[in-house]
Design a protein around this ligand. Structure first.
Ligand SMILES: [Zn+2]
Length: 114
């Protein structure tokens, strides 16, 4: 089983600025198409919890320093001093987490949730 395809589909819709653009998209249709395309190419779509703190964790050292307002787009980790773009850092954390989930799915040890 190849689990190289990932998807996080649970945006934070309480944010007013994001709510409109999110409401313009049919998430059910998007997920359905992603699953169809993934299956066609022998891949699998992995969803993660909307509560996974992807933007709160340093992708270099793993330090978690809590929530930040959405307007904070960059940060410096207080532990390892790495400079992070919020979205790039979150993407790295989601990728790392989905790799762990993929291994857990393959080995039958999945079930640990955030
Ligand atoms: Zn760090």
């Amino acid at each position: 089983m190849d689990l190289g395809f990932l998807c996080s589909i649970f945006p934070k819709v309480r944010n007013q600025k994001l709510a409109k653009s999110i409401s313009d998209v049919s998430w059910t249709s998007l997920v359905s198409k992603l699953r169809y395309k993934a299956a066609r190419y022998g891949k699998e779509v992995i969803s993660i919890s909307r509560w996974f703190p992807s933007s709160q964790i340093c992708s270099d050292c793993g330090h978690k320093d809590g929530k930040k307002p959405l307007h904070v787009r960059e940060r410096i980790c207080p532990v390892c001093l790495s400079h992070h773009d919020r979205d790039v850092n979150a993407a790295k954390n989601i990728l790392a987490y989905t790799r762990v989930l993929a291994i857990q799915i393959q080995t039958g040890t999945a079930g640990i949730a955030w």
